[in-house]
Structures are given as C-alpha cells and as structure tokens.
Design a protein around this ligand. Sequence first.
Ligand SMILES: [Zn+2]
Ligand SMILES: [Zn+2]
Length: 174
Amino acid sequence: MRITYACPACHATTSIDGIETRESLDCAACGAVLPIPADAIAGRGTPQARLQRCMVCPSLELFVRKDFPQRLGLAIVVAGLAASCVAWANRELVATFGILFGTALLDVTLFFLMPDCLSCYRCGTRYSGPGVTTPGGSPAAGGREFGGFDLETHEKHRQLVARTKRLASDPTHP
Ligand SMILES: [Zn+2]
Ligand SMILES: [Zn+2]
C-alpha cells in the first residue's frame, strides 16, 4: 500500500510505499516522524491487510475515488480540443467530431481502467495499491468498508478543520 500525504510539520508532499509493514511515516523533506497508529491496518502482515483509518490525522472517514491523475485527464481534453479546432478550421467536419468523440471515449476508458484509491476527508491523504479496497467490492472480513464521496461528510470535515485553525490562531476566542 502506498501513502501520499502532506507532512503536518513542513507541508511537503511525501509518498511512501509498503506502509503496511512500517511503524512510522518519515518525511523525506524535514525528517518529521509520524508514528502509524496500531489500529490503522487490520490484518497487518497478512495478504488480507486492510486500511481502517487515516494514519496522518485521527479521522476514521475515508472515501473511495479513482486513482486518476487529473492532469493527465485534463491534458487529453485540451489536446483533443486543440486538434478538433485545427480540423474545424480546415472544414473537416467528420474529423472534428471524430476527434472530440475519441478524446471523450479515451478519458472514460482510462477512468474505468484506473484502480481505486482511498482519500481522507479531513487531511486529503491518499492511499493506493493493494489493501485499500476489497477486490470485487465484497466487504473484507471484519474490516471497515469505505464508500464513495459524500458531500455531507466532506462539509463536516471542512468546518472542523476551519474551526481548528481558528482556535489555533486565536485561542481566546473560540
Ligand atoms: Zn516534513
Ligand atoms: Zn487524514
């Protein structure tokens, strides 16, 4: 399993592989050590190891999303638009719509081919690779199951983070 998180100490983005066998997360930029909570992974050391909660913040709420690089998706759309504009300028009507349709199809296909990953509502940490989701979608034995993105949960965490920041900057006025 791989983690991609923003270091709470220096805010640098760090990726670490094989977190199911590690005791702590070490920031490559500032060296800050973040101990991995003992209950973060169920079945540690077994092929059934499953993520149970976020390792960076105390949140238990994660959501399933596609491990799709947004920049790649955007690059495909932009390239498709540019190519179709060229075709349009040359009055190649069939080519114009062919290119547009082709890029949309490519984006959708790539999206479905990409594996799932888990993302933390509160701190945005991402978890990918084996152990983040159950193959075939059936619930893991005794493990927590995470659903798709839920706006209500997202809003709850956003407000929680905002309140924590306010408290930290001005402890006298909660
Ligand atoms: Zn750091
Ligand atoms: Zn988190």
